[in-house]
Design a protein around this ligand. Structure first.
Ligand code: FES
Length: 510
């Protein structure tokens, strides 16, 4: 192993770097609420805000910081156009399913605009078209079909070949009246308003237990509890999985690089393609003359492959295709894909009466989170929207919709579960680990995840993920241990950075 070379840009998301980090208290005493929302990202805060506005007393508990998880590291597109989704929905969920998807997602885009307006928050909300493009001429028919399906579903959609990208495309589906924004400016304003409406928010408060009933009780790691009639689990990947949702969810991580670009040279709209290892493009306002070009791509399963190399590839692609300045920021985003491509929002499991979940936004968590807020708040206050059934997590498995994806997903998990245990350790001895990197080492018959700091000090923890026991792998570019099975992430001292795991990797003596 060799010592890693520095990557371009500051390792921080632009959204995090340009907003203050307000400190909310820890939950250190038992409390009660009408509804407790677990998770303070886009889905959790949107749900809590809608409920607070409807007069419910809400308590929000967040394991990390408010709006600092996935929602602090998104690309922040607000759109009902989710790559090539409508033609597939038309085939798998019928014309009404496609219409319900379009209506609910477009309503979410518009809801964010109206809430921002109501709260008087300047969250850099900009209306733009969302374009899904291909550079492969063989894909033209698929794009034609998608545009037809999206228009049939009620969106303002068409096929175009002229775009304001600095390279030619073979075809693009353009959906008008979509938006982009600054997610942290919006979410921090929502959090303040929840408190102003009598709600309470607690951060650095990890939930570890849930007792279902009437009322329900949520237990946190320091022992304090929240007793509430209803519980909403909006923790990205559900921290409890009584319905085996993990069998339907697969984690996906994507990298982001951002650099200043002259306003005149910046694309005016939002773009995405599955070509070239997936690329997503948008820009955000910087100053009068410049915008920040934000390019996302290099989709991968957490804990696999060389993330540094992926960052370099993505950064090189941005500089090759756009007249940008030096790379200013780099970060990564993670989301979960559902095997049938439709988020899971609604009752947690078939017997659940008071516990609800919102997960599986497949990279579209801004519109998906706002949609989940509207759906869950309406359901909990009496009248679910007509499109609620589309997202019901209790829907039965369908061979047509998800058979091959599900089989592939589970084969992948099984491969990591069994295969990674049989693999030889990444290195034989701890002294083979260069400063600034980590590796899995077998010590006295046990697999240990060992990180060596720049100062040479070692940090050793168990390499077995505390969720279901797969082996973690080191992500050098982000200095974190990642589990390839369901996407849990851990810091170098074993602390949980991202679930579904809720317990840290235990320390090991070496
Ligand atoms: Fe499920 Fe690691 S996240 S085993």
């Amino acid at each position: 192993m060799t010592t890693p070379q520095p990557l371009p840009g500051v390792a921080e998301s632009y959204w995090m770097a340009t907003t203050d980090a307000p400190r909310w208290p820890l939950l250190d005493a038992d409390t009660t609420a009408d509804v407790v929302v677990i998770g303070a990202g886009m889905a959790g805060l949107s749900t809590a805000w809608e409920l607070a506005k409807a007069g419910r007393h809400v308590v929000v508990v967040e394991a990390d910081r408010v709006a600092a998880g996935v929602s602090g590291y998104t690309t922040a597109k607000l759109t009902a156009a989710h790559s090539l989704v409508y033609d597939r929905l038309r085939r798998t969920r019928g014309e009404q399913g496609a219409r319900h998807y379009a209506r609910s997602q477009q309503a979410a885009v518009e809801r964010v605009a109206s809430v921002a307006d109501e709260l008087g928050v300047d969250c850099d909300y900009e209306t733009a078209s969302a374009l899904t493009f291909t550079t492969d001429p063989r894909q033209r028919q698929a794009f034609q079909d998608e545009a037809e399906a999206a228009a049939e579903a009620g969106l303002d959609a068409r096929v175009v070949t002229d775009t304001d990208l600095p390279f030619p495309v073979s075809a693009a589906v353009e959906v008008a009246h979509q938006a982009q924004f600054h997610p942290r400016k919006y979410l921090l304003a929502l959090a303040d308003d929840i408190r102003a409406r009598g709600g309470a928010l607690y951060e650095r408060t990890r939930v570890t237990g849930l007792t279902e009933g009437s009322p329900c009780k949520v237990t946190t790691e320091r022992g304090a509890t929240v007793t509430a009639q209803n519980v909403v689990i909006a923790t990205h990947y559900p921290v409890f999985d009584r319905a085996l949702h993990f069998a339907r969810l697969s984690p996906r991580r994507e990298l982001v690089v951002a650099a200043p670009i002259a306003t005149a040279a910046a694309p005016q709209h939002m773009y995405i393609t599955d070509d070239m290892g997936k690329r997503s493009i948008r820009s955000a306002p910087l100053d009068e003359d410049q915008r920040l070009l934000i390019v996302t791509g290099e989709s991968f399963t957490p804990g696999t492959g060389d993330t540094r190399e992926r960052f370099r590839r993505l950064d090189a692609w941005m500089h090759e295709h756009f007249p940008v300045g030096a790379t200013a920021y780099r970060w990564a985003a993670q989301d979960n894909d559902v095997s049938d491509g439709v988020p899971l929002v609604g009752p947690f499991h078939p017997g659940a009466r008071h516990v609800h979940v919102a997960t599986g936004f497949g990279g579209w968590g801004m519109s998906g989170g706002a949609m989940a807020g509207q759906l869950l708040a309406s359901a909990l206050t009496g009248t679910p929207p007509e499109w609620a059934g589309l997202y019901d997590p209790r829907r039965l498995f369908s061979t047509l919709r998800e058979g091959s994806t599900l089989v592939k997903q589970q084969a992948e998990v099984a491969r990591h579960f069994v295969g990674d245990r049989l693999k030889t350790s990444h290195v034989d001895v701890v002294t083979d680990i260069p400063p600034g990197t980590g590796a899995v080492v077998r010590i006295e018959g046990r697999r240990c995840a060992v990180y060596r700091g720049e100062d040479g000090a070692t940090h050793a923890v168990s390499a077995r993920c505390t969720h279901l026991g797969c082996l973690v792998a080191f992500n050098e570019a982000e200095t974190a241990w990642e589990c390839p099975c369901h996407g849990s992430r851990f810091g170098i001292n074993g602390e949980v950075l991202q679930g579904p795991a809720v317990r840290p990797l235990p320390a090991r003596k070496i």
